[in-house]
Design a binder for this molecule. Structure first.
Ligand code: COA
Length: 166
């Protein structure tokens, strides 16, 4: 990875490939914006300007997962007064169902080091809900029409100790 200042968070072995999870660099942001467009419907994908603002915002962490030189996924989270939020998580379609989303979620929790985490997921997004449930998140409330007309949000929460009892 010539030219990169690599700050390693963790590595995972997924289906025989090593996945590197690192803090995003500035030069990662255009490919992350492209990945967002591939993963989310219009209006839900973070554009380059949003990513730039988040990159410099205090308390925000943007992590990327790489397989070789390829960008496989990203996660965005923030922490304030020990309360962590997972703002965005996505994995490129060709890398899904190999544990990368779960690894990114675990890595962002590790760097945020919060006592409690929350996230919002669309009610129809059952795959993501299952990932979060498996990682120890529990649904706590529903926000009607959060994502638009008849697209409700489910607020999920995890406390550090919840994982042990799951
Ligand atoms: C949701 C997303 C991040 C999952 O990434 P991933 O790398 O495929 O997730 P993982 O491989 O770690 O999945 C872990 C578990 O979650 C569950 N899961 C994940 N995706 C699923 C799906 N599409 N359908 C059913 N279960 C799913 C499964 O239990 C899976 O374990 P398994 O593969 O052994 O059955 C990815 O599908 C994605 O980017 N989707 C579009 C963007 C999005 O919806 N982001 C979440 C917004 S809240």
């Amino acid at each position: 990875m010539a030219g990169y200042t690599v700050r390693l968070i963790t590595t995972h072995d997924v289906a025989g490939h090593q996945v590197w999870i690192q803090r995003a660099t500035l030069r990662d942001l255009p490919p992350v914006a492209w990945l967002q467009r591939r993963c989310f419907p219009d209006g839900q994908a973070y554009g380059l300007v949003t990513l730039l603002v988040l990159y410099f915002w205090p308390g925000v962490e943007i992590l990327v997962a790489r397989v070789g030189e390829r960008l496989a996924g990203c996660v965005v989270g923030d922490v304030q007064r020990s309360q962590g939020r997972v703002l965005n998580l996505c994995v490129a379609p060709e890398f899904r169902r190999q544990g990368i989303g779960s690894a990114l979620l675990g890595a962002v929790e590790q760097v945020l080091a919060a006592e409690q985490y929350t996230l919002m997921v669309e009610d129809k997004n059952l795959g993501a809900q299952e990932l979060y449930r498996r990682s120890g998140y529990l649904p706590v409330s529903e926000l009607r029409h959060y994502y638009g007309r008849n697209r409700h949000g489910i607020l999920m929460q995890k406390r550090q100790n919840d994982r042990m009892s799951w």
